[in-house]
Every structure is written in C-alpha cells, then in structure tokens.
Ligand binder design. Structure first.
Ligand code: WT7
Length: 635
C-alpha cells in the first residue's frame, strides 16, 4: 500500500478502510519500511493499563531505514543541508553516504565510551548536524536518547538526567543564537553537580569558548573521532531492535510540577513518522524540505530527523533564529536553497509578519510549493499572511495538529489532496480516530459541536509509557475517560466535520508553541525567598499566542517592586529556563480561594485576559474582597 494518497476521493475510501480494518491498514503502511524480520502480530492493546504493542515480534533498526537503505540509489543525494547561525559562515551539506559514515563513526565513539543497548544518553546540543548524528548514533546502538532543548536551565537538565538515570551526556562548548552565545558545557557542569549517574561527557567544539574539562569524565568529540579513525573500522553494524524496544525519551510539561518522560518505541514511531511525513507533505524526490523547529522538541525529532530521513528526503537544518541578522532570514534561506516545503509555527509567522512586508522585498520565494504550520492554533490573520505573502496563493497550508505524545501528525490536511480551511486542522489522517466527549466522557456525535478531544483507537506513533512511572501515563492520558486517550485539548467540529483545535483545557500553557505547565512555573516562583505563594495563568499574547501571567504574594519585597520582579524572573530562568519566564508579574496581597483553599483560577484567567466585567459567581470565595484589589491592580 502506498504511503501517499492521491485524491480526496481516495482519502475518503482509505480513511473508511483504516477504521474498519485498522490492523490491515497499518500492515500495508508498515510494508513500506525495511524490517530485518516482519511482525508476528500487528497490534495488541488495551487502554486500561494501558498496554499498546505494535508489530510484535518484528526486528529492525530505524537507522537502517533512515540511512543504509538509501545508500544504493541516493548515496550522493543531500540528506542534511545545514545553514549556520551566521550567514557569513559556510553552510554544510551531508549526503546520505556522508551522513551514514558519520553516524557509524560516532556510534563507534559511543561504543568506545561504554554505551550499549538500553543505556540512556542525554543530548544537549546546538542545532548543528552533529546533533542529528548524535541522535542517530544512539539509535544505531539501541541506546535511548533523551534530547534536552538548549534553552533549558541546569536544574531542568539535572531533573531529566536523574529521572532517566543517564550515564552519558553529549554536548558542545557553546551554541550561537543570533548575537547571543549560550555556554552549553558550563550549564551541563552546573547540572552534573547533582548527577552521579553520569560517567562520561562528550563535548563538541562549536563556539571555541573556554570550558572546564574534568579528567576521567569529559572528552572532546573530535579527539574521540580521531581515535575511531586510527582504529580503522569505519562501519558500525546497527543493533537489532524489537519493534517495541524504546527508541527515545522526550520530556514534556503537564499539569503537575514535574515534566514527564514520554517514551516512544522503535517500530511504531518509525512507521508513523515516515508515513505522515510522506503523505501530509506529499514529498517528491529532489524536493528541499525546511522545518524550522529545534530538534530539542518533538517536531524536530519527527520532522527534521526521523520522518524525512526514513523517506530519503533532503532536510534543511537551521542553527539560528528567524530575526537575525534581520527578520528576512527565513526568506533568504528559502531563496538560497530553493526550499520547496516550509514547515513552521504560528508564533514565527506572527513575529515575522510584525516586521512588515518590507522584509520580503526582493526575496525569491517562487521555489515554495507547500507550507505547514504546527504547535498552536493559527489565527486567521497569520494564516492569510502566510498564504498570500509567502505562498503567493499557490501553496496549500497544512495546519498539523499533534502532540509530543502522539509522535506524529494526527489531524491535518494532506497537501494538494484534501481541503484546507483557515484556522482548522481539518480532517484526521487515515488511521486516526478522534472523538469529542463531554465532561462526563459521553461521546458528542454529529457536526457543529465542540468538546474535549480524545482518540479512541491506537496508532503506531503513540506514547507507550512515561519513563519510570507507568501509573502516571495511565492517570494522565487514559483515566480521565475510560478506554480513550485524552489529549488535553478542546476542539470544535464544524458543520462539514472539520476539526478546529481551540486550545488546552488543562493547566498547560502554550507559549510560542512551547508547552509550559503552570504548576511548574508556580513551583519555580515559589522558590524565590520572598514569595509566599503564587498562581500562574495564560493570557492572549500577540506574538507568543499565550503569555505567562503570574499573581504573586510577596509581603516583604527586597528593595523595590521592580527589583523583586527581576529577581523572580531570574529565579524562574534558573529553575526552568528563560522560556518559562513570566511576561507579567502582579503583586497581590492574597489569591482568590474557595473555603476549602482551592485557588479559583477561572477568576484569575479572566482578569489576566482583561475581562473584568463578568467574573461569574464569586460568592463561594473565602475573601471576595481580594478580587476587587486584584482587578484594580491588573497589568
Ligand atoms: C499541544 C502539543 C506537536 C508538536 C509541537 C507541540 C497544541 C499543536 C496544534 C495545531 C492547534 C496545536 C495543542 C497540543 N497544538 N499543534 N496545529 N493547532 N493546537 O507539541 O509541546 O507536545 O504540544 O500543542 O494544544 O496539545 P507539544
């Protein structure tokens, strides 16, 4: 069965088949991949425990699908095009052959450093080809990678390393982001003070800044590669994996204070990311595909590395930021490499839009054929700007809804095949069975309705567990509504049956497409010595989508309000990372609580949104007076 669907008619027919005979459907999709041994059983599952097993008995290595199987026909085709932060630095192109060799070489480095199947390896790196190489080298050996986004603090890294008991860390001296330099190794050094499990740190040279190197623990990437070269064995056979062996852990925020390690497995994840990439973007050989995400997030895992490479695509990796040296950078890249497919985020679109259309003058965007959006609901203004100014009305926009937990795209148009509609993720991909439920878990049928979005049947890319704590996986995703996977999103299904995601219904914020738990930010704020308690909510933000609004009780401020505000910001940066820093901090004398002591977030959310006229019923509050004070002090 072909991964790509060719017409809307075919979509309808294939979708129907995928619901009636899901196992058969997915077996047909899985046949497009390279297996050392095929499965004995396509699927075994229950959402109670949950226990989900796809392609049981099958043997594979995902890197043979991403690298080895392309060597014969595509050995000289570019696999990765890398654009550096500084446009004056040389770009790099790695063909499939070169990427294969580098992955094998670095896998041998890992082997020399004691890494073996099942070991956890933390990767904290800049957006350079070596990041993709490190990830693939882990996969080649069956080691489980846990990539941590370069913007997270030492504390956050330490929490993640401890949770996964990582033994090896791969990092770089520093990374470039616009005019800024991030001292990655130094952040790792701070993290490792708390991480006795780490025996080895492999450090890539990127920024040439001075770093501390600890004898017996820290080694240079380049030195280790040289050793492998002198050992004279360029190849590294891929380790045979079971379909359900772990491929990686990726931490993501939820409604509690502690991020959870979402676990994806080899077979299902490979099939799902490859299938969705090929189908949704309708990738054609020779096309240049540019996804602007960072590999530190799931979008980068699935749609910079694994999905495109398993399909033999040319994937463009960009180290820098969209606004440096100026807000025309993406368009320079599109022009220079004749990018055909651009996959980006609403927050980037809104940000670039705000610089005005002058930034587009003289840029040749005629190579673009298909556009994509991911991470948060896209507002109509941004959608139309993207359509008209970037796509010149000629490129379909796929608004792809999915999550870290889903592994790959779930609800999305298929480029040039199914209809698009501004603000809508439109229709489920074949193999995906969404349903809307009310508060009590009762299915809402028919069209022109909204409810909580759930998925009622497994798909190969779904998470299998949360690392080290299966019960947490069950309670977070499978216990709210029996026998359903709960996404945490609210959703509308219009008269035509098209889905529009309306945003999270739990205490998770979406700031610039990044997921941030309010409880996590509150914990960080509460660590500040003069804070008694706090409550964090989201509010609409023109560029970020949502901003972080903190209500803070701090009766004894240090020097001034302004300074305390800065101190709190610094504290959050230290504890979580700059991405979680509150945009607004309002000092209050108390928080609105019910008599049982529960914070009434509904009221705080309304105040943060600037909607103070109708706060609803406040009679159950312990101290209704506090609401007036908060209202009048709103920022
Ligand atoms: C949450 C998942 C999926 C990769 C990036 C984010 C929101 C994601 C869309 C979209 C509306 C979207 C949802 C979802 N979201 N894509 N196209 N339209 N909302 O991954 O960090 O796991 O966040 O992002 O709220 O639950 P993530």
């Amino acid at each position: 069965m072909n991964l790509k669907i060719a017409s809307f008619e075919e979509y309808k027919q294939v979708y129907q088949q995928s619901v009636e005979q899901p196992e058969q459907f997915w077996e047909g999709i899985a046949d497009n991949f390279l297996w050392r041994k095929k499965w004995d059983k396509a699927l075994e599952w229950n959402f109670k425990e949950p226990s989900i097993k796809w392609f049981q008995g099958a043997k594979l290595n995902i890197t043979e699908n991403c690298l080895d199987r392309h060597l014969e026909e595509k050995g000289d085709t570019p696999a990765i095009i890398w654009e550096p932060n500084d446009p004056n630095e040389d770009h790099r192109i790695l063909t499939y052959k070169q990427l294969h060799d580098k992955v094998c070489q670095f896998a041998n480095v890992l082997k020399n450093n004691g890494v073996k199947k099942g070991d956890r390896v933390c990767v904290y790196m800049p957006m350079v080809p070596e990041l993709a190489i490190a990830v693939l080298a882990c996969a080649r050996l069956g080691a489980i990678h846990s990539v941590v986004f370069g913007g997270f603090s030492a504390q956050s890294i330490a929490d993640r390393i401890i949770d996964a008991q990582c033994e090896v860390v791969i990092t770089a001296d520093g990374s470039y982001r616009g005019i800024k330099e991030v001292p990655l190794k130094s952040v790792i050094d701070d993290a490792l003070v708390r991480c006795p499990s780490v025996k080895r740190v492999i450090v890539l040279t990127r920024s040439h800044t001075g770093v501390s190197m600890i004898k017996g623990r820290d080694v240079w990437w380049e030195d280790e590669v040289k050793k492998v070269e002198t050992q004279g064995n360029p190849d590294c056979p891929a380790v045979e994996m079971d379909a359900e062996d772990m491929l990686f852990i990726l931490y993501t925020s939820g409604s509690t204070g502690k991020p959870k390690g979402v676990v994806h497995t080899c077979g299902g994840y490979m099939v799902y990311t490859g299938y969705t990439f090929a189908n949704v973007f309708q990738y054609e050989p020779g096309e240049v595909y540019f996804c602007t995400a960072d590999i530190g997030w799931i979008t980068g895992h699935s749609y910079i590395v694994y999905g495109p490479l398993s399909q033999g695509a040319t994937t463009l990796m960009f180290e820098g930021i969209p606004t440096w040296p100026d807000a025309g950078r993406f368009w320079d890249i599109v022009q220079e490499y004749k990018v055909n497919i651009l996959y980006t985020a609403p927050t980037a679109i809104r940000s670039l839009m705000s610089f005005g259309d002058d930034m587009l003058k003289g840029k040749d965007l005629s190579s673009l054929k298909k556009l994509g959006s991911v991470g948060e609901p896209i507002n109509e203004e941004a959608w139309h700007w993207f359509d008209e100014k970037i796509g010149h009305g000629q490129c379909p926009i796929v608004d792809t809804w999915w999550q870290t937990e889903t592994g790959g795209l779930m609800i999305s148009p298929i480029s040039n095949v199914t209809p698009t509609k501004p603000g809508y993720a439109t229709l489920p991909l074949p193999g995906v069975q969404p349903i809307l439920v009310d508060e009590n878990g009762k299915e809402i049928i028919g069209n022109g309705v909204s409810g909580n979005l759930c998925i009622k049947f497994p798909w190969p890319g779904m998470l299998r567990t949360t690392y080290g704590d299966h019960e947490r996986c069950r309670t977070t995703y499978f216990a709210t509504y029996p026998d359903l996977y709960f996404t945490g999103d609210g959703c509308l299904r219009d008269e035509d049956g098209y889905y529009r995601i309306t945003g999270r219904v739990d205490d998770v914020l979406n700031v610039s497409g990044h997921r941030i738990g309010t409880a996590e930010v509150e914990n960080a704020i509460n660590m500040h010595s003069s804070v008694v308690e706090s409550a964090v909510v989201g509010y609409p933000h023109d560029i970020k989508g949502q901003g972080v609004y903190a209500f803070v009780v701090s009766p004894n401020k240090h020097e001034s309000e302004e300074l305390t505000r800065k101190d709190i910001m610094m504290t959050v940066s230290r504890i979580i990372g700059a991405i979680a820093r509150p945009d607004k901090i309002q000092f209050v004398s108390g928080l609105p609580k019910t008599r049982s002591g529960k914070i009434m977030r509904r009221i705080l959310r309304k105040i943060a949104e600037g909607e103070t006229s109708n706060l609803g019923d406040t009679s159950t509050l312990l101290d209704p007076g506090v609401v007036e004070e908060i209202k009048s002090g709103a920022l």
